[in-house]
Design a protein around this ligand. Sequence first.
Ligand code: SF4
Ligand code: SF4
Length: 436
Amino acid sequence: MIDRIRNGGVVGAGGAGFPTHIKLDNKVDTVIANGVECEPLLANDKYLMTHHARDIIEGLLLAQQQTGADRAVLAIKEKYTAVEDKLEVILQEVGVDLFLMPDYYPAGDELEIIYEVTNRIVPAGGIPVQAGVLVQNVETLFNSARAVNDEPVTHRFLTVNGAVEEGAVVRAPIGISCREVLNQLYPGKSFDGLTVTTGGVMMGAIHRDFDFPVTKTTGALLLLPEHHTVVLQKSRRIRNVVQQAMAYCTQCTKCSDACPRDMLGHTVKPHLSMRRVASGLNYEGQPSINAYACSECGICDLYACPMGLYPRRVNRELKEIMRGQDVPFEIQQKEYRVHPLRESAKIPSYNLKKKLQLLDYDREVTRFEDLKAKEVTIPLKQHIGAAAKCVVKAGQKVEKGERIGEIRENEIGSTIHASISGRVKEITGAAVRIVA
Ligand code: SF4
Ligand code: SF4
């Protein structure tokens, strides 16, 4: 099973793309399917659970079998009542528990789900298997089930939403450009003055050039105007971020009071990171656990800080500096206690969307499109670990699903496949371009 999932190029679809075959090579007592897409405006996990539940459940049962887990759980948002109605009976038949997560941000975070479902806390610096749990996104499970049946990962389900006339969930060939996705969905429309955020508005990256390719980890393309509050905040240069931290942070601690990791007992105090840069962005002496244990969920800077400052950006920079100096992030072994105010500190999704001025774009997404591409540019690194080794040559014919990149011996990585049939037009160091 693990070999097939490795050969199928399955990586974590809900995060940074950790290779699934490595994650599955562990023993745990609980496996959880994560269908709790908590970033605003996303709808692809809901679509998958509504239309491809059998593959997801098959993937979950395979993960349960592989890891030896006693318990398998599908976690969804409690507001997904139609999904609940549809799946309740089938889940009972196969012995999978359904867990309804409250609609707050960041309910889809692995550590939040693990605590809600099992009451266990993954230690800071640790990984879920150390708490006896494996969490996999529903699209990862869908891809695992397909890979075990010899269908490699060639497509990605993603949400297109935001400042467009109608939101959509699409199934897109990997390597298709963002511009081509938008042109096929909204022919003749101009996207001048708009930016696109990949992933979600809270944790995703902002792009102004639309020619980047869709990869295995592109969960969404969210269009927002240049002047939108989220775009302005995320576009701030780090120099300004630090200067503003030095000038305006009042040390009111509202960022720390709202931090979900701190609420789980991880001792992430973003106000202390802000204090740390009071004399400029530098790192000396003790490692800053505040920064390393930060999940970069964005609550402190996009929601909590009354001064509009950026503790998350400061934490990210501190992490970079510490990594550059080879400062290790060791597992923090201690007795973890959940903050007594955790429940009341949860941020309802509605409040977050309101604060971020996203309510105008918050609509039911009912459109689905299965996109085709005449040309794709497939990156050889779409995952955590080393880039795949290219195994095709320019001019060579390839079939959809054929292997074009392989994992090198003894490396962490993922196999890459052609997402369309055609001819390899060009190979750069980092990507393979195929023309149908
Ligand atoms: S909420 Fe803002 S002003 Fe208050 S401590 Fe945090 S960063 Fe400083
Ligand atoms: S981004 Fe801010 S709120 Fe989120 S975990 Fe990091 S410090 Fe806490």
